[in-house]
Design a protein. Sequence first.
Length: 138
Amino acid sequence: MVKYKAGYKYVATGVHAQVLDFPAAISWGADLAEARQALTVALVDVAEAAVESGQPLPAPDMSVSNPDMDIEEPIYLHLVASSEADGQRVRIVIDAVDEPESIRQLTSVYDGLSAVDIDGIERIALDRGWFFRARSGG
């Protein structure tokens, strides 16, 4: 887990959002909740782009501050790496600051599973026939 620092500024059209120590991660929302959610997506996008292009992620610096921001708070980037038979695979997951524990548990259901296991689970979950076999017509 990498702990960066998010900043939010209220503007006339909503809320500007930026990861202060990962400058490429910028977004906005109509309100603070929407800005937080959009910033988590932006952080994942720029982190994935950096990893895929072989660039290092910026070093976190919780001491960075921007006096123009109305709110500053931590934002967490979770990195999970796993080895697969056909090569290396890296998955980048964002953990929102205000995400409930129940959502964290749901989103971590695949942690530790192989790609083959995940494919099997998703094949069952996406096949409606598994859920409606006992249903009788009429």
